[in-house]
Design a protein around this ligand. Structure first.
Ligand code: TRP
Length: 361
């Protein structure tokens, strides 16, 4: 993992001695294999192999910015919580909670709004991209369809991070600007009132593979070319079959079974690499060179992925069928999170001059 280039100057803040990792997961839609390989698996492994303090949360208040369907919000929150737990996130080890269960976060967001220049938000990539789309149309207001949630997205995200004085925030490249904004907002507050907030650093992992999708483009929900991680709940087709069917659809060329094939030009081999051991990868490379039929290569790929995913899938289905267990896990996480957030919000309010007028007995 490489820390991104944002300066690491934390001398002006009381940086906690520990490394505190925090990351948010937006609960929209269901997840695919690219999300698993690119985000879930590395995050869980990184935590398992370290002593860092860790906070992972479902950013449902961020989810409602772009999705106005209550059923989708509700169902995805459940599915995504189940996915992370099923894939091995240990809720005893990691503080795992739902953003909306920690009311101190949106309260802090309001306070931080008042330490955030509007001009800073005008420069946010996501907001600017939405404006640019409107500008290309004739007779359309530049801010059409843009709600204040989208405009203020980075402030809520800053509250998520600063609330827990996170030091390291693992994110995708597209989120680096948001972390810089959180630093900026923290800096303004600390300077204006009192040094309460640690300046966080974005952590971007450059080694994580980006999977290719069924059609040869990058695997992405918006291209509709994904391999589902667990599949939809569908009584007709089992989740395992859904995964198998998707793998069978990976686009290949018309080479005959025993023709030598170029592994480095094949999505099948590329995805295989994300699941196999170095020996298995070398062996598959050899099979490509001597000639393996596309159908057989796909079967080998399915088996490889399924070996890793099948136990998780079973646990996922169990959790989806028993949301009570999930809810208990999330409530336990909220309780742990609020032990921090109550204190941090109390300090914040005092720092800005909001406190009781007198002690009542
Ligand atoms: N904006 C992040 C994303 O879209 C999700 C998120 C919300 C987040 N709050 C956060 C990530 C705090 C890291 C820290 O992926």
């Amino acid at each position: 993992m490489t820390s991104n280039s944002t300066s690491n100057n934390q001398t002006s803040t009381e940086a906690p001695a520990v490394k505190r990792v925090l990351t948010g997961i937006k609960p929209t839609g269901t997840l695919h294999l690219g999300n698993y390989v690119g985000a879930i698996r590395p995050a869980i492994q990184a935590i398992q192999n370290s002593d860092d303090e860790a906070f992972f949360f479902l950013a449902d208040y961020h989810g409602i910015i772009g999705c106005y369907d209550p059923t989708i919000i509700h169902e995805s929150t459940k599915a995504i919580a189940a996915t992370w737990i099923a894939c091995g996130l240990d809720p005893e080890r990691v503080t795992f909670y739902r953003q909306s269960d920690v009311p101190e976060i949106p309260e802090l967001a309001w306070v931080l709004n008042c330490s955030c220049a509007k001009g800073l938000m005008n420069r946010a990539h996501a907001y600017k991209a939405a404006v640019d789309i409107n500008m290309e149309k004739e007779d359309v207001d530049p801010d059409q369809g843009i709600n204040m949630g989208l405009f203020g997205y980075p402030v809520l995200m800053a509250a998520d991070i600063l609330m827990f004085n996170a030091t390291h925030v693992p994110v995708g490249r597209d989120q680096i600007q948001h972390i810089e904004m959180a630093r900026d907002i923290a800096g303004t507050f600390n300077h204006r009132y009192k040094t309460l907030f640690t300046l966080p650093s974005a952590v971007v992992d450059d080694d994580i593979p980006l999977l290719t999708g069924l059609d040869g483009r990058k695997m992405s929900k918006s291209y509709g070319n994904t391999i589902p991680l667990f599949g939809d709940t569908n009584p007709q087709v089992s989740a395992e079959k859904q995964m198998q069917k998707a793998i069978m659809k990976i686009v290949t060329n018309s080479q005959l079974p025993d023709e030598p094939k170029d592994p480095d030009d094949s999505a099948i081999f590329e995805i295989y690499k994300a699941f196999a051991t170095p020996e298995e990868i070398a062996d598959m490379r050899e099979q490509f060179a001597t000639g393996i039929g596309w159908g057989d290569a796909k079967k080998a790929l399915f088996n490889k992925i399924n070996d890793e995913i099948a136990p998780f899938r079973e646990r996922y289905q169990e959790l989806m069928a028993n949301p009570k267990e999930l809810e208990e896990i999330l409530q336990m996480g909220a309780e742990k999170a609020r032990r921090h957030s109550r204190k941090q919000l109390d300090k914040t309010r005092r720092a800005i001059g909001i406190k009781p007028l007198a002690k009542l007995k």
